[in-house]
Design a protein around this ligand. Structure first.
Ligand code: CP
Length: 328
């Protein structure tokens, strides 16, 4: 039977040495060319994901395991879909019903899964550095699905792809990242990626929600929302991560929304056609006004979720190809 999928122009398969990494643990250290390879490949998967027949057999015979020690809707589901759409066998390990609950350590869990010969482990963990530690103990590729406040590389890649598809470029754009930067691995990965690709990055937050070493990222810092987004092309809002907070970082949620919550009116301070992003999950009425979040003329939030699957397919493609070519 004829396939109902339109023929998609795939980018020339980049040679394995063009992305010489066994794992994807962070954006820090990736070159602009390596990031571009992933974004170009991801672009080719967008059409595949919109077609009726979404499946190929690139990963046939490969095993992917999702190992999430923190909750997730978008990241875990899109890793699973990405693996399945490429024809791989995808398993979600339910941490809450696993032997971790009987006291098994992260490393013992990793070694146990390693003995089953997976090809890729996608891991989310509440502690910064835990995913890197795990990657040093297993034979397969490891993809970081978010570790503590450190990095969330596939989120930054999907954000970049969303921006690039809308603006046709990343270089030269001005992007404000606003909200709880201190606890945000999304902010950190985006700072690395956007500055590497030539965007101008601003951080907007109260002083209590900014990292101490913020200068090292090559960004400009603002404590006032309207000043920070003035002249911006993109305003990326972040959730208040109360689960990572010990003590008071903001006087109250009401006060926070008043000064740092993005509304249509406050967005007028940005460029007239500025677009709004949010990695999700959103806290409506805390960091973003509900009406603005749902405004399809200003909000890229749904598109970000869509790009998540395509980007993760691209990551799986390059890492499994590297495994075939024994890139360590
Ligand atoms: N953006 C993001 O990481 O969302 P989830 O926590 O739902 O995976």
């Amino acid at each position: 039977m004829a396939s109902k999928r339109k023929a998609v122009e795939r980018p020339q398969t980049p040679p394995a040495h063009a992305f010489p990494h066994k794992h994807l643990l962070g954006i820090e250290g990736l070159s602009p060319q390596e990031i571009q390879i992933l974004l170009d490949l991801a672009d080719s998967y967008v059409e595949q994901n919109r077609a009726e027949n979404k499946k190929t057999d690139l990963l046939r015979g490969r095993t992917l395991i999702n190992l999430f020690f923190e909750n997730s809707t978008r990241t875990r589901t899109s890793f699973e879909l990405a693996g399945k759409r490429l024809g791989g066998d995808t398993i979600n390990m339910a941490v809450s019903t696993s032997s971790i609950k009987k006291g098994e350590t992260l490393i013992d869990t990793a070694m146990t899964l390693n003995a089953m010969h997976p090809d890729i482990l996608c891991v989310r963990h509440p502690h910064s550095g835990a995913v890197q530690l795990l990657s040093e103990k297993v034979n397969c590729s490891v993809v970081n699905g978010g570790d503590g406040t450190h990095e969330h590389p596939t989120q930054a890649l999907l954000d970049a792809q969303t921006i690039r598809r809308r603006y046709g470029k990343i270089e030269g754009l001005t992007v404000a990242i606003s909200g709880d930067v201190l606890h945000s691995r999304v902010a950190r990965s985006n700072m690395y990626l956007l500055t590497t690709m030539g965007a101008k990055v601003r951080l907007v937050a109260p002083p209590t929600l900014l990292p101490k070493d913020v200068e090292r990222y090559g960004v400009h810092v603002f404590n006032n929302l309207e000043d920070g987004i003035s002249g911006c092309d993109i305003v990326m809002m972040l959730r208040l991560q109360t689960e990572r907070m010990q003590g008071m970082y903001v006087p109250s949620i009401r006060e926070y929304f008043r000064f740092y919550g993005l509304t249509k009116e406050k967005l007028n301070a940005a460029n007239p056609d500025a677009l709004v992003m949010h990695p999700g999950p959103m806290n409506r009425g805390v960091e973003i006004d509900s009406e603005l979040a749902d405004d399809i003329d200003r909000s890229l939030i749904r598109e970000q979720v869509e790009m998540g699957v395509a980007v993760r397919m691209a990551v799986f493609e390059v890492l499994t190809r590297n495994k075939m070519n024994k890139i360590q």
